[in-house]
Design a protein around this ligand. Structure first.
Ligand code: CP
Ligand code: NVA
Length: 298
């Protein structure tokens, strides 16, 4: 039987994303009566730091009656050079699913190619699809179907931006991207999004009439050495009250967190009435429980 991985939103497709969001909303309202993942184990391999991803997967497995194991290179043989293909073969004979947060998306794909168990992308340099499930659930809860809406991405064309482009193509909305020169999202992902992606000259052009404004840190994990240069390059790309005045009156603000107030977003926006960042964070739990049940046919 073919193993179903979740390395990108394309692995679920439009119908699968809608199915998982519906299931997440239902799970949030009413937990299952019997623990559906009793006796099942999720191995979680983190090469990078995490608060939300680690706790939401771990708490989610507990709530579903299963167990999660936290693994890091420092205390496994990965840190001493065991090949990723060998680690994948071993872990997937013991665990029912494996969640990985690592630097290189290519390594994630190599791992998945050798895994007998579903592999879930918990963030790579290229994509962050689990966050998109939570964000799309959040938009649906607050405003209904996102199809036909306009979303403004302001800031770095990073892993989050790439996953938003995937979502725009799959769920039929427009993603306007305002990023400084040199920080555009991956060209082939923009190209694949076709008319669903609009590259804008500046932040107000992207925010004009938008239903949702999204941003993320200016220096992602791994970009810390460039931090000073980035602060200067992104100076005109802060989401603040002036920028939000361009949007539709009922526009929402999202950020995957962690946030840097005074850099990519002002405190008055992230802590203000349009912000749904705490719902996004909570929905990591519900969306990933729904994803686990879907991938494990439970
Ligand atoms: N948004 C997100 O993935 O947060 P963590 O880095 O804390 O997991
Ligand atoms: N773009 C950020 C997201 C963190 C959740 C990073 O990769 O560090």
């Amino acid at each position: 039987m073919t193993v179903r991985h979740f390395l990108s939103l394309d692995d679920l497709g439009a119908d699968g994303i809608r199915r998982v969001i519906d299931s997440a909303i239902a799970l949030k309202a009413r937990p299952p009566r019997k623990p559906p993942l009793a006796g099942r184990t999720l191995a979680m391999l983190f090469e990078k730091a995490s608060t939300r991803t680690r706790v939401s997967f771990e708490a989610g497995m507990t709530q579903l009656g299963g167990h999660a194991i936290f693994l890091s290179p420092a205390d496994t043989q990965i840190g001493r050079g065991e090949p990723v293909e060998d680690t994948a073969r071993v872990l997937s004979r013991m665990a029912d699913a494996i969640m990985i947060r690592n630097h290189s998306h290519d390594t994630l794909e190599r791992f998945a190619a050798y895994s007998r168990a579903p592999v879930i992308n918990g963030l790579t340099d290229r994509l962050h699809p689990c966050q998109l499930l939570a964000d799309l659930q959040t938009y649906t809860e607050h405003r209904g179907d996102i199809a036909g809406r306009t979303v403004a991405w302001i800031g770095d064309g990073n892993n989050m931006c790439n996953s938003w482009l995937h979502a725009a193509r799959l769920l039929d909305f427009t993603l306007r991207v305002a990023a400084p020169p040199g920080y555009q999202p991956e060209a082939r992902i923009v190209e694949a999004a076709g008319a669903h992606a609009v590259i804008c000259e500046d932040a107000p052009g992207a925010a004009d009439g938008a239903d949702l404004v999204v941003t993320d840190v200016w220096a992602s994990m791994g970009d810390e050495d460039d931090r000073e240069a980035r602060l200067a390059d992104f100076a005109n790309f802060q989401v603040n009250r002036a920028l939000m005045s361009w949007t539709a009156d009922d526009a929402l603000f999202m950020h995957c967190l962690p946030a840097h107030r005074g850099e990519e977003v002002s405190a008055e926006v992230i802590d203000g009435p349009s912000s749904v960042v705490w719902d996004e964070a909570e929905n990591r739990l519900h969306a990933q429980k729904a994803l686990l049940l879907d991938l494990l046919d439970a």
